[in-house]
Design a binder for this molecule. Structure first.
Ligand SMILES: Cc1cc2nc3c(=O)[nH]c(=O)nc-3n(C[C@H](O)[C@H](O)[C@H](O)COP(=O)(O)OP(=O)(O)OC[C@H]3O[C@@H](n4cnc5c(N)ncnc54)[C@H](O)[C@@H]3O)c2cc1C
Length: 400
């Protein structure tokens, strides 16, 4: 007998899981609060299919990113969706960054990043990216770009084709276990499922509390804002130019990405968002801000990263500061080449009570409810593999 499964959240993780379950014969219902799918992180990201350069070897991020990259490529091929391997160059601009670059290279090799090349020769660097500045780099030629919102829509078509149901405009406001079943409540409907999986992104901690899960980890929202290169200057960047990430900081730093539609975006930065869905400085929620400030982990985090935080905020507000950071990698860049865009995304990054970053993907279980508690980047790349992982480890196969 197939199971009745409810999935809360219509981002790429929820919809990929719904697709896998519907295709194996479960009776699936996705409940999404917005009037469309992919309305938050999935529709507001860099569109990169990561090849697995950064992640701790053996972690879920490393293994599911490697498997997910291949699955996303196959999915795009099957569905006729754009998938462009523009390649990524991680550049050490000066000698101080060589140690961190060596660590990225080590991790990349352990993670099996395909066809990785170490470059110590400036001429070779310029062959790949003619306008870049740097002393060394690693190049991942199979890092690709896609449109994750279109991919999610295509996955949703498969859900419907397998008789799954997707209910938009359905915000889950309460949930309780009743014997062998879970009752899920929205303002306009009630549903009873055998199992529920929560893939609620920026609200994953809020929904977890409905079933009495530990409030830790909490989502502290960090916005990433993008600039774009003026169309006449997009030739400055062929693929992706990334900095060597600062190992003390969870985000990657200013980078250039040629998108799937040939635009070149610069960013995202990382500034505290004043609301879970705070896509600009003007979107402010007293409740979300108060909850963040009240979180004991917010203060050690602020103490540890205040200098970097102040730097990111000033570069968000003052264009010359941002330009200065970006020009390190592409010296020919002029201030007028950078155009502010309205596009921004808010990262659902989970933090513990002591201010510790939850680096890896994280899943919890409370009775019949499975909670995806941390699915930051590269969860879009990994989505199809995350779905398989959840089914294998948390959802028993249906009895037939
Ligand atoms: C700026 C930025 C850049 C990124 N770049 C990349 C990248 O290049 N490559 C990559 O692989 N990853 C990237 N990521 C990460 C990636 O976007 C996310 O890991 C991924 O989209 C997570 O998917 P999700 O389904 O878990 O979350 P989401 O897409 O956020 O979906 C969660 C859904 O749950 C819904 N929801 C929440 N609460 C409720 C409720 N109570 N009831 C019903 N529905 C609810 C929300 O409306 C939302 O639609 C980036 C993220 C950001 C923010």
């Amino acid at each position: 007998m197939s199971e009745r499964v409810g999935i809360i959240g219509g981002g790429i993780v929820g919809v990929a899981l719904a697709r896998a379950l519907a295709q194996r014969g479960d009776e699936v219902t996705v409940l999404e609060k917005e009037p469309r799918l992919a309305a938050h992180q999935t529709g507001h990201n860099s569109g990169v299919v990561h090849a697995g350069l950064y992640y701790a070897p053996g972690s879920l991020k490393a293994t599911l990113c490697a498997a997910g990259r291949v699955r996303i490529r196959e999915f795009c091929q099957q569905k006729g969706l754009p998938y462009r391997e523009v390649g990524k160059l991680v550049v050490a601009v000066d000698e101080n960054e060589l140690g961190a670059l060596a660590e990225i290279e080590r991790r990349s090799r352990e993670n099996g990043v395909p066809d990785l090349e170490r470059i110590d020769d400036v001429a070779r660097l310029r062959e790949i990216e003619p306008h870049v500045a740097g002393v060394a780099a690693v190049h991942s030629p199979h890092t690709a770009v896609v449109d994750y919102a279109s991919i999610t829509e295509a996955m949703a078509q498969d859900v419907r084709a397998a008789e799954g149901t997707i209910l938009l405009g359905s915000e889950v406001t309460a949930m309780r276990t009743e014997g062998e079943q879970v009752r899920v409540v929205t303002p306009v409907s009630e549903h009873v499922f055998d199992r529920v999986i929560v893939c609620a992104g920026l609200h994953s901690d809020v929904v977890a509390r409905f079933v009495g899960a530990d409030p830790s980890p909490k989502i502290l929202p960090f916005r990433g804002e993008y600039w774009a290169l003026r169309p006449s200057r997009v030739d400055l960047v062929r693929g992706m130019i990334y900095p060597v990430p600062d190992p003390r900081f969870p985000f990657l730093g200013v980078h250039f990405t040629r998108g799937v539609y040939d635009d070149v975006h610069v960013g995202p930065n990382a500034v505290p968002a004043l609301a879970r869905e705070g896509y600009s400085w003007l979107r402010w929620s007293a409740k979300d801000t108060w909850e963040s400030l009240r979180w004991p982990g917010a203060w050690p985090l602020a103490r540890q990263h205040w200098r970097m935080g102040a730097d990111e905020i000033s570069a968000s507000l003052l264009k010359p500061r941002y330009f200065h950071k970006a020009r390190r990698f592409v010296p020919e860049l002029r201030m007028s080449d950078l155009q502010r865009t309205s596009s921004a995304g808010v990262r659902a990054q989970a933090w513990g009570r002591g201010g510790e970053l939850l680096d890896d993907f994280a899943v919890d279980q409370v009775g019949r409810v499975t909670l995806v508690r941390n699915a930051p980047s590269p969860a879009a790349t990994s989505s199809l593999a995350i779905a398989d992982y959840l089914i294998e480890h948390y959802l028993s196969p249906p009895a037939r």
